[in-house]
Design a protein around this ligand. Sequence first.
Ligand code: MOS
Length: 738
Amino acid sequence: MTQQARPVAGTPLSRVDGRLKVTGRAAYAAEQDAHAAVRGEVHGVIVTSTVGKGRITGIDTAQAAAQPGVLAVISHLNAPKLPYRPYRGEVDPARGERLRVFQDDRVRFFGQPVAVAVAETLEAAQHAASLVQVTYAAERPATGLDAPAGPPNQSENYQRGNADQALQQAHTRLARTYRLTRENHHPMEMHATIARWDGDRLTVWDKSQFVRTVRGELAAVFGIPAESVHVISPFVGGAFGSGLRAWPHVAVAALAARQVRRPVKVMLTRKQMFTGTGFRPLTEYKLTLGADERGRVTAAVHDIRAETSTYEDYREALLTQGQMTYTTPNVRQSYRSIPLDVSTPTWMRGPGAATAAFPIECAMDELAYELGIDPIELRLRNEPERDPGTGVPFSTRRLRECFRIGARTVGWDERAPQPRSKREGHWLIGTGVAVATYHTARAPAQALARVEADGRATVQCATSDMGPGTYTSMTQIAADALGLPAGRVRFELGDSAMPLAPPHGGSMTMASVGSAVQDTCDKLRKQAIALAVADPASPLHGAPAGDVVVRDGRLHLRDEPGRDESYRDLLARGKDGRLEARGGYTPGDEAERYSMHAYGAVFAQVAVDERLGMARVRRLLGVYDAGRIINPKLAHSQAIGGLVGGIGMALLEHTVTDPRDGRIANPNLADYLVPTNADVPDVNAIYLDGDDRKADPIGVKGLAEVVIVGVAPAIANAIFHATGRRVRDLPITIEALL
Ligand code: MOS
């Protein structure tokens, strides 16, 4: 009985919701109509603009409205004026005036919602939507960084030392321009919203990474208190950042539901996902490096331009990598967002970092070849002892170990340094490396925990699980803190009525929500112990609380076998038959005292068919310093997913805009290419043992974002090593290698 149950955190527990998912019983946003509360639901199909800029001159809905089953066709001609109070999502990086649905006749981008057809069936709504006739006074949209829709937004700048002077004095200088195309997230599950009004109260079932911001946005749009909005999102089929804000279709669903007085479901089509839920912005990154003869980078100048919409200024953290990755005493950076006639970009996996790592890590590789220094050795010569941007120590930074382990694993030392030195028939073989970093973010979070009379626990937090396995990892943290087997703990999430959670993004869920769950369950366990030692009927009565431990659902004395009782027995004697605790986590000033980041060394081996220009990844390995790993199975799933996403970024993903009218030329998954099994060979990840207790109480640094960072430059560098061709535009296409 006193035998120590092993902690479940740190073990590869399979997803607690896995069975629900593989049997189709996990209800995603568009499937919540199975929910009894959504009876009487009708369907909304959005009509989108077919010009990229201009004004709507007319909308003829007569034919659409006359179809059987059609309840309404709503556009700016008949939609009520909505309050649209100012609201900035708590973490929303886009400043400006968000798109207001059906409030005026202006078209700001191709694919903008201009009307919604609402009907009894999906088919009737689709047919009605196809019959809506919209006429426009069209203008040519601005779709490229060199011909913007207006003056660039204010530049974000950073400077240390004197980069220009240091460049003048440098032994070697290298000035390069890198271009990254626009990418879309494309989770398997399309975005969808079901909205239902009960008087002035609004309930929405939504696909979201952040239910609280959806609640805030809808309250602002309709001018109602946030408490009147309830957002429910128990399952999310991937999102990658696209679910971090409430996009226009969410307001469309709520508006339509209010107009027709029925619950309305709106699900975006794959095509609508290209313009309706954000994207990684098109970015041009000019980088000039100056170095001494030993390869120490003395100066770096970064000039960055990235697209945003005309109505919002979206920025991501594009400057961090250039400040903290290498010692570099002299740095100057400028970053401007350029307004185009496009919808607003947003975070996409590894936002900022994945983009900035491409120019920085490719340029370091170029510098290594220029100076005849091994690319790993060059990086180690520039490895800082403290954060070179802020001067504060790193909480942990074990990049040297990442390189050592990775180099050993891939046999880096056997690699002949010169390009085109390995060939198998018409295949040229090369190996490349790149650094990955992503800052460790933490934010306030709260949780509620309850142990019921049956000895089972429920723990809640309004966080999300878009795929990393939040349900499972939080169950593990809670089980250990409560002293319960994982099978007797149920973790609940995805409901705005639950305790506060930060956005489920930026790799901050494990650190923030995990620490809150641990605090809450620690409190609950201590409460149970206090109850037992004070209860004359308990075998533990009178024992020092500090000597009581809880394992496997039983409270027992550390050194006295046999003196114990279960949660169940303890609670059976209590008044309410249950125990409840609230707790949370608030980050302290660690971020000022320490530089906190997850790190990785990414190794890629590629083969390039020199006759066809076709690049195939043969092997991909990431070695990560991400702090403590709560669940190695989930971590691995995250890492493999991120690395595969990196293959897409390097070689395939490319949102193509037609400059004539701003339409997306490849708005489907047949033409927008993502890696398939044949593109994904031997992909693996290794995690350094250890934790980072300076970062947060549970010692994690975040893993989800860092695993896509550095993949594209590792592949680009491998392609250079294979072929001698430097490709500085992403994705790297066949044309570029011919
Ligand atoms: Mo991640 S881009 O913060 O979902």
